[in-house]
Design a protein around this ligand. Structure first.
Ligand code: NDP
Length: 385
């Protein structure tokens, strides 16, 4: 029996996690579930799983949550600090599935409890990778990847032979616009951008996949999770999303992990680790798939990749700035405020205008995040005007 807390329980990853946890009540007991403001979904999940506590990050939504949980015996709390308190409840496994840098502080609080952090919230590691890794070591926590690519690498990488790894190859579907021209990409709408060809995901990561910033963030995530240099991390476009990533060793052997495009597989990998658990869903039918294709990513149509690589190579504050500006630009695009191609332009512009020293504490990372957001917001306003 493992106790589980899900931060971001109402989202795409959160819902898939609940699906697994609820199928096996003998194996998992829910401690706390959090959301931003989706009270209906949160309260229903808390009641179904008999969670101890349900939390909304947006305090304005707390009265509705209290109403929805009245008489259930489940504690209802609200506000950003309440999310951190939920993360501090000491579950065996805390699933970090909040979207964006908003998930950083609660993820750090979970790390400080010394348990297992199953990390989907890549923005947290991108912004604060160095600080987080120090905290993981100091508190004896275990950091497990949930992102399908990193789950694949985690399974293919023999930790005893880390110095025998030649490179890791992150596969990318290429997103919904992999065959569009730059001219066509200029007129992309939010609805088109969130319609991913292979994966069903939240709006923000879907847009990141469309710009390929998602793969950029994943390169930085991989650098923090695995013992490799930036130069050892490569990206290959593989449109079928069957191979989730690969590790090449010095002897020329390349080990790949394959599966259907169902997040429940990598989530199960983290929930059950070091064991494995049964998951529902379609199994891989290689004959039906027939072929696997690979191509190099196009740096001209997808400039986000080069921006992320430069931030990775420079390190310090650069990844946090990249991430903050991207979050602002993606939100502006989803709100109809800027065009699709302006997302990467705003990120590039913010990186050009802001170059603070490397942060060595969580507060310093959060300060950089705030300052980069303010600069990116300025550019959004200028472009909208
Ligand atoms: P969703 O948008 O579907 O869900 C986000 C979750 O975070 C919701 O529970 C939401 O609550 C909550 N949330 C949003 N804003 C805040 C806030 N300010 N404070 C606290 N909670 C908040 O996202 P996804 O599930 O798609 O993605 C979650 C994370 O996992 C992202 O970092 C993403 O990159 C990563 N990831 C996702 C994958 C996927 O398949 N979806 C695959 C690999 C990684 P509410 O519902 O109330 O708004």
């Amino acid at each position: 029996m493992k106790t589980v807390t899900i931060l971001g329980a109402t989202g795409s990853v959160g819902t898939s996690t609940l699906d697994l946890v609820e199928r096996d009540p003998e194996a998992f007991r829910v401690v706390a579930l959090t959301a931003n403001c989706d009270v209906t979904r949160l309260a229903a999940a808390a009641i179904r799983t008999r969670a101890q506590r349900a939390v909304v990050a947006d305090e304005a939504c707390l009265p509705a949550l209290r109403d929805a949980l009245a008489g259930s015996g489940i504690a209802a709390t609200g506000g950003a600090a309440a999310v951190c308190e939920a993360a501090a409840m000491g579950a065996d496994v805390t699933v970090a599935a909040i979207v964006g840098c908003a998930g950083l502080k609660p993820a750090m609080v979970a790390v400080e409890q010394g348990g297992t952090l199953a990390l989907a919230n890549k923005e947290a590691l991108v912004s604060a990778g160095d600080v987080m890794k120090v905290a993981v070591a100091r508190h004896g926590a275990t950091l497990l990847p949930v992102d399908s690519e990193h789950s694949a690498i985690f399974q293919c990488l023999d930790a005893r032979l880390a110095d025998r790894v030649r490179r890791i190859i992150l596969t990318a579907s290429g997103g919904p616009f992999r065959d569009r021209t730059l001219e066509e990409m200029r007129a992309i709408t939010p609805a088109q951008a969130v319609a991913h060809p292979n994966w069903s995901m939240g709006a923000k990561i879907s847009v990141d996949s469309a710009t390929m910033m998602n793969k950029g963030l994943e390169m930085i995530e991989a650098y923090h999770l695995f013992p490799v240099t930036p130069a050892q991390i490569e990206v290959v476009v593989h449109r079928q999303s069957v191979i989730h990533s690969m590790v090449e060793y010095v002897d020329g052997s390349t080990i790949a992990q394959l599966g259907t495009a169902d997040m429940r597989t990598p989530i199960a990998g983290a929930l059950a680790w070091p064991d494995r658990m049964v998951t529902p869903g379609e199994r891989l039918d290689l004959v039906k798939i027939g072929r696997l294709d690979f191509e190099a990513p196009d740096p001209v149509r997808f400039p986000a990749l080069a921006l992320a690589r430069a931030a990775l190579e420079a390190g310090g504050a650069r990844p946090a700035i990249l991430n903050a500006a991207n979050e602002v630009a993606v939100a502006a695009f989803l709100a109809g405020g800027i065009g699709f191609l302006e997302i990467a332009a705003i990120v590039a512009d913010t990186l050009e205008r802001y170059d603070p020293p490397a942060p060595d504490t969580l507060d310093a990372v959060l300060d950089i995040d705030r300052a980069a957001r303010a600069l990116a917001e300025e550019r959004v306003k200028e472009r909208v005007a």
